[in-house]
Design a protein around this ligand. Structure first.
Ligand code: MN
Length: 715
């Protein structure tokens, strides 16, 4: 069972590698890794008396049996050079790149830890640390292979250390191998550990197995022939293998109180077929001939184990009443059953990191960790869960590219991730061919299409919608740029206006000396910055002019400046609606009827929260005359107000793009869209400056073919 291969050479290893890695560059790198390891370990020997290099060679060889990729193989060859040969991680990185360095670093770190504890909780914690230290699951896989080779050669070390190593393997590494689904390695580790940890038990079982071997072999062979014939009669292509129970699994059952003779599934068959339907067919055929033992049937195909193991299990009364455990699986299931997380190496196309690949890896890894932690550390489970699942989703572009986004990301985050221009001109989104609002939360596997319009621009509301910093920053940048340009323009105009009023010639005032003086006085970098500050009312125009025209201000002028500043502030603080005779009162534009400038409005005096503004026909104020007061719109307001519209069409064809185009033409922002009644009704919320613009939009929307009516919703 144990394959000790101390005479393994690099040539033999390479021959094995070449059966599945053909890329010359990768093979070259593996050779370099061997050369470095061979050089550095030169003159070092193992306890077994062999040159040290046989160890990394064997670790790599174990990994070739699960088709490990070239980076893992390089790391396996190099895994002891940092700790034992003073090679630095920088040197490894330089020669082999980041990934291999990370793997070697991970294995080195793990190998520095010493494990061992009595309490299960502490052991679980140590497994957690080991798993947590590995940034990449391949680190753990190399570690398992490393330990497997050390266990195969454990005879060479003194007995107390043998026992300690064996126990550590059973306590720490076997559960990890189990959770990763790597049964083949797990099973060998278990048997080797038992051999050193409890030799008398181990050899006791071996002896009894040997005694009964001849008889069991005969029974199994007969049964195998019968079942195979049965399947042939039913035209099912298959393979059957007799299966030896591992010594450790027998020990486990005996440890749970069963006697050797009671272990009824000592006889076991494994049947391989090509497809899942065939698995169930085989099960049916077998059950129709052999009586199944009650409560022993398990369907791990429909309900895979958390480490992704799949098979059908049943125990039947076979020929002459001998009990047989039968496992039925496809070849692909077998690969997963044997190698678990490592099985994806066998199915990966080339080296392309497909989405499924990434997901599968993460999924496997997460599930393994979660199970490891099951009873112990809920918090840790949560944080891993967050890292793996809650933090990241994968969605597709219409032509199949994968975009990675944080969970909670919206179509806008997607659009900005694709390209800033796409984000800035987004007008709508389709997810899996359905229209969604821009606030929609994307899910893994969504196919996202962004509708853009050249003339469209971002909306400030978006800052509250997007999840990613990237999108947020891009939107902010957009507005900062626009604002800055506006302020510059406004500032320049304000200065020129004031100069004109004071009859000062512009080109005389703005000579180099004066500009220098102003910039120094206000600690500004350039004239644009000066205009920005004027435009945003941070600097008052009068004070700039005073700075040049009069060196020193009189007290009166200082007072005047102050008054001027104050009036400027007041002008800015104008409210949307003016309540005759009352200043400084809190005004709320009501959200029930959503009035906009141009609507006839009334003020409703609320209890304690100012005046709320309604359209005069709003049903909510109908019977409240004693609380109503006259108000009117402030003509200078340039704010935009929300309005809800209901668009009804008699066509199920998607007219959303038309709707968006019309709003864009009118420079109106759509803040949300809901599709009602199978695409025939759309509810939109828009931001609009006044009734005139709204009326024009409604007319435009009416001109879309198949539109029946446009309603402004009051409630
Ligand atoms: Mn090692």
């Amino acid at each position: 069972m144990t394959k000790i291969n101390e005479n393994l050479t690099f040539e033999t290893l390479m021959k094995k590698i070449k059966t599945y890695i053909t890329d010359q560059e990768k093979l070259e790198l593996i050779t370099q890794a061997y050369d470095l390891a061979n050089n550095k370990h030169y003159g070092q020997f193992r306890r077994s008396g062999e040159s040290y290099i046989t160890h990394p060679l064997n670790v790599a060889y174990i990994l070739t049996e699960i088709n490990a990729d070239y980076e893992t193989l390089c790391a396996a060859l190099l895994h002891d050079v940092v700790e034992d040969c003073n090679v630095t991680l920088e040197e490894i990185q330089e020669q082999f790149g980041d990934n291999i360095k990370i793997l070697v670093d991970g294995v080195t770190k793990i190998n520095k830890l010493s494990f061992g504890a009595e309490k299960e909780a502490e052991l679980a914690n140590q497994r957690k640390i080991l798993v947590g230290l590995a940034d990449d699951v391949r680190v753990i896989i190399v570690k398992l292979a490393d330990r497997l080779h050390n266990m195969r050669t454990l005879w060479a070390i003194p007995e107390p250390r043998q026992k300690a190593k064996a126990k550590e393997t059973l306590d720490i590494l076997v559960p990890i191998a189990h959770r990763l689904g790597m049964y083949k390695i797990k099973s060998e580790l278990e048997d080797l550990s038992l051999r050193y940890y409890k030799p008398e038990v181990y050899f006791g079982i071996v002896e009894r197995l040997n005694k009964t071997k001849q008889e069991r072999d005969k029974i199994v062979k007969e049964m195998l022939t019968s079942v195979s014939q049965l399947l042939d009669e039913n035209n099912i292509k298959h393979e059957i293998k007799g299966r030896a129970k591992s010594i450790y699994s027998i020990y486990n059952k005996m440890d749970k109180g069963k006697s050797f003779n009671d272990i009824y599934d000592l006889n076991a068959l494994r049947i391989f077929v090509n497809t899942i339907p065939e698995c169930y067919q085989v099960l049916g055929i077998i059950h129709s001939k052999y009586t199944p033992k009650p409560n022993r049937f398990k369907d791990y195909i429909a309900m895979p184990k958390s480490n992704m193991y799949q098979s059908l299990h049943t125990t039947i009364f076979g020929n002459n009443g001998y009990l047989f455990e039968i496992q039925i699986r496809t070849y692909k299931m077998d690969e997963i059953a044997e190698n678990g997380i490592a099985s994806h190496w066998s199915y990966k196309e080339g080296n392309k990191k497909t989405m499924q690949d990434i997901m599968e890896k993460k999924l496997f890894f997460f599930k393994s960790i979660m199970e490891l932690q099951e009873e112990n550390d809920q918090e840790f489970v949560e944080s891993v869960k967050q890292d793996v699942f809650e933090n990241t989703i994968y969605v597709f572009t219409p032509n199949g590219n994968v975009i990675e986004l944080p969970n909670g990301a919206t179509p806008l985050d997607f659009a900005y991730k694709v390209h800033t221009d796409v984000g800035n001109t987004t007008v709508g989104a389709l997810v899996n061919d359905n229209i969604v609002p821009l606030t929609y939360q994307l899910k893994t596997n969504d196919i996202v299409k962004i509708n853009t319009s050249k003339n469209s621009s971002p909306n400030r509301q978006w800052l509250n919608i997007v999840k990613t910093h990237q999108a947020k920053n891009k939107i902010k940048n957009y507005f900062n740029k626009i604002e800055k340009n506006e302020f510059i323009k406004k500032g320049e105009e304000a200065l020129i206006r004031e100069l004109k009023r004071k009859k000062i010639k512009e080109n005389e005032f703005l000579n180099e000396t004066n500009i220098e003086k102003i910039l120094t006085a206000y600690k500004l970098k350039n004239i644009e910055e000066l205009y920005t500050n004027i435009g945003s009312n941070k600097i008052v125009v009068g004070s700039i002019i005073n700075l040049i025209t009069k060196e020193e201000k009189t007290k009166e002028e200082i007072v005047l400046d102050k008054i001027q500043n104050k009036s400027l502030e007041k002008e800015n603080a104008k409210t949307d609606v003016i309540v005759e005779g009352i200043d400084n009162i809190k005004i709320n534009i009501s959200a029930c009827c959503n009035p906009i400038p141009g609507d006839n409005i009334m003020g409703y005096i609320t209890k304690g929260s100012g005046i709320s503004i309604h359209i005069d026909t709003c049903p909510n104020i109908r019977n409240a005359e004693e609380r109503l007061i006259d108000v009117h719109w402030n003509k200078t307001t340039t704010k935009r107000y929300p309005v809800n519209l209901l668009v009804t069409t008699n066509n199920t064809k998607n007219i959303l793009v038309d709707i968006i185009a019309k709003t864009t033409n009118n420079n109106i922002t759509v803040t949300s869209i809901n599709v009602l009644n199978e695409n025939t009704r759309y509810k939109l919320t828009i931001l609009v400056e006044n009734k005139e613009i709204l009326t024009k939009l409604i007319n435009d929307l009416n001109s879309i073919p198949d539109t029946i009516k446009i309603e402004r919703l009051m409630q």
